[in-house]
Design a binder for this molecule. Structure first.
Ligand SMILES: O=C(O)CCC(=O)C(=O)O
Ligand SMILES: [Mn+2]
Length: 201
């Protein structure tokens, strides 16, 4: 339950900083670099069409179609390391997942802007399990109503689980860190169900 305690908004998050051992995390990172079909998406900005500042991939069950920015995303089939992480995450979270968004941040120049994962396919209170591998990056959460900010250092092998009203009441981001070298892969496991009308991100 997301709530206010003494006027301070509480975010509904479970945090497992040592979910994988450092060796498991390193092995998973290099396996994912090889086995995942990474792509460079483009985004429309006021300054024209630009490459997204990270590489991405979707995997999931065949029916787990995800629509964002008006684009239908058919997931690719699960690859072995992603499948193994999914099973582990399901056990830890006590939830089922049928898709995952993979983001590959090649350096501190790669980032993800403020957003919430609020697509209709996810339902009102989604459980989203976020696995981090490689170079640690700061994950900021901002409470929309009050502007209160919380930050987590997403270290290699950590698992952060967002629940309840987190997507409704908060936004999150991975800010750029100029000059930071080192690669990071993040996986956000989700459960999506089919909806008729397209949603907006
Ligand atoms: O890279 C991260 O830790 C955040 C990823 C994220 O917010 C997303 O995939 O929606
Ligand atoms: Mn997100």
């Amino acid at each position: 339950m997301d709530d206010m305690f003494g006027g301070v908004p509480q975010v509904d998050i479970d945090w497992y900083p040592h979910w994988l051992s450092p060796d498991e995390a390193t092995l998973a990172l290099s396996a994912l670099v090889e086995e995942v079909h990474w792509k460079q998406d483009l985004i429309r900005t006021p300054g024209g069409i630009k490459p997204l500042p990270r590489l991405t991939a979707w995997q999931g069950d065949p029916g787990a179609v995800y629509v964002y920015s008006g684009i239908r995303n058919e997931p690719l089939a699960w690859t072995p390391t992603v499948q193994a992480l999914k099973s582990l995450a399901e056990t830890t979270c006590g939830a089922r997942f049928n898709s995952v968004l993979l983001n590959r941040y090649r350096s501190g120049e790669d980032s993800m802007g403020w957003h919430a994962d609020r697509e209709a396919e996810l339902g009102p209170e989604p459980v989203i399990a976020s696995v981090s591998l490689g170079t640690a990056r700061r994950f900021d959460l901002r409470h929309s109503a009050t502007g209160a900010v919380r930050a987590f250092e997403l270290t290699s092998g950590s698992l952060l689980v967002m629940r309840g009203r987190t997507q409704q009441d908060w936004r999150h981001r991975i800010a750029k860190v100029p000059g930071l070298r080192g690669e990071r892969i993040n996986l956000t496991f989700r459960f999506v169900s089919a909806v008729d009308k397209p949603s907006r991100r």
